[in-house]
Design a protein around this ligand. Structure first.
Ligand SMILES: *Cc1c(COP(=O)(O)O)cnc(C)c1O
Length: 359
């Protein structure tokens, strides 16, 4: 069966070689005589996967042993709970930058555990731009949480903001897509199903100083410290998802983040240029500097073209371009594994569509 050109927002496109290795491992993992689905989580095979993957994360981020790298279950939403549970007490306040749907959800979850405050938001404009980063952050806050890339609305904070309290970031949809100073963060996390592989594993990287400041007694599964003490094998981890993430990490290292960023910039530029030029489409993000390189959101100038364009793409083997119901009609996700040639194909299809009468 012919593979589709895949622009899905997550679970998202993966490199062919990663799929190949992941698929081989299902039948036989290394020389274990077992499938990856059968290896024990407390055995030398998984130890090696766990160790190499966590080491590679540190290496790619340029971090040392001051940080703990954890593979968690429960996706982004469990991190929305665990961050406030671990790092904000009932009496504490924490600041949230509400720049999109996921940021808002993270804030909402945090309100259950203490005094979560919105420091800045662009909600009133349906998140079509980034909020202005606050300059007067109170030193009393337990931490500030923000989302580096707003997957649904297509805005991205490429620079790391200044912050005088522990900075925590949801990097689910742009981790390893560009060079970043990871040492400025007290914690960052990312679900695997965008730039890191298969759904089921979530990466959490936490500075040991923050880990020391855990604010509550929690059941072990909800405590980062408990996970760290067990080297991220507190219970049976999502072995296959972590293994797929390891394959993605190796792929990322082989390419290099600098080269990945360069290619991502080129991919995004190609599509944005076409969207600005093409008379059939309209971009939804208002400020150019806020545009995401990962998720590109747009609508058709005329409503009637919406379905026509979608069908036009489907017929040409292109999938995953439907926008989130909260934002515009279309969203094209250009994660690290999406090939430049696929973006070129989409641009070509858009040009073909422009030349086509709509009635
Ligand atoms: C996809 C995404 C999430 C949600 O992850 P789940 O695993 O579905 O809970 C959270 N944050 C961001 C920025 C995302 O892009």
């Amino acid at each position: 069966m012919r593979r589709k050109v895949n622009f899905n927002a997550g679970p998202a496109a993966l490199p062919h070689e990663v799929l190949e290795h992941a698929s081989d491992a299902v039948l036989a993992y290394d020389n274990s005589g077992l499938s990856i689905l059968e290896i024990p989580h407390r055995g030398k095979e998984y130890d090696a996967i766990n160790e190499e993957s966590r080491q590679l994360v540190k290496e790619l981020c340029g971090l040392d042993d001051d940080y703990e790298v954890l593979w968690m279950h429960g996706g982004g939403r469990l991190q929305f709970c665990m961050v406030p549970m671990n790092f904000m007490s009932q009496q504490d306040s924490a600041g949230y930058i509400v720049s999109g749907h996921w940021a808002e959800e993270a804030f909402e979850y945090a309100t259950h555990y203490g005094n979560a405050q919105i420091l800045a938001t662009s909600r009133e404009d349906n998140y079509n731009h980034l909020p202005i980063w606050p300059t007067n952050i109170s030193k009393e806050l337990a931490y500030v949480h923000y989302t580096s890339n707003n997957t649904i609305y297509g805005t991205q904070m490429k620079e790391t903001p200044e912050c005088n309290v522990p900075l925590i970031c949801d990097m689910s949809s742009d981790i390893f897509s560009l060079e970043r100073d990871y040492s400025k963060y007290s914690m960052f996390y990312a679900v695997a199903q965008k730039n890191l592989g298969a759904a089921g594993a979530t990466l959490a990287v936490i500075h040991k100083d923050l880990l020391q400041h855990s604010r509550r007694t929690l059941p072990p599964m909800l405590s980062y410290r408990a996970h760290a003490e067990k080297d991220s094998v507190l219970n049976t981890p999502p072995i296959y998802a972590v293994y797929t993430a390891l394959l993605m990490l190796r792929w990322t290292k082989a390419k290099g983040i600098q080269a990945i960023e360069k290619e991502n910039t080129e991919k995004a530029k190609l599509l944005y240029n076409e969207l600005e030029r093409n008379s059939k489409f309209k971009l939804t993000v208002t400020r150019k500097q806020d545009r995401s390189m990962m998720n590109i959101c747009f609508t058709t100038k005329y409503k009637r073209d919406e379905k026509l364009f979608l069908d036009f793409c489907t017929k040409r083997n292109i999938t995953g371009i439907t926008g989130h119901r909260l934002a515009g009609a279309f969203r094209v996700s250009l994660y690290n594994a999406v090939q430049l040639s696929h973006v070129k194909k989409l641009v070509q299809v858009m040009q073909e569509f422009e030349g086509k009468p709509t009635v």
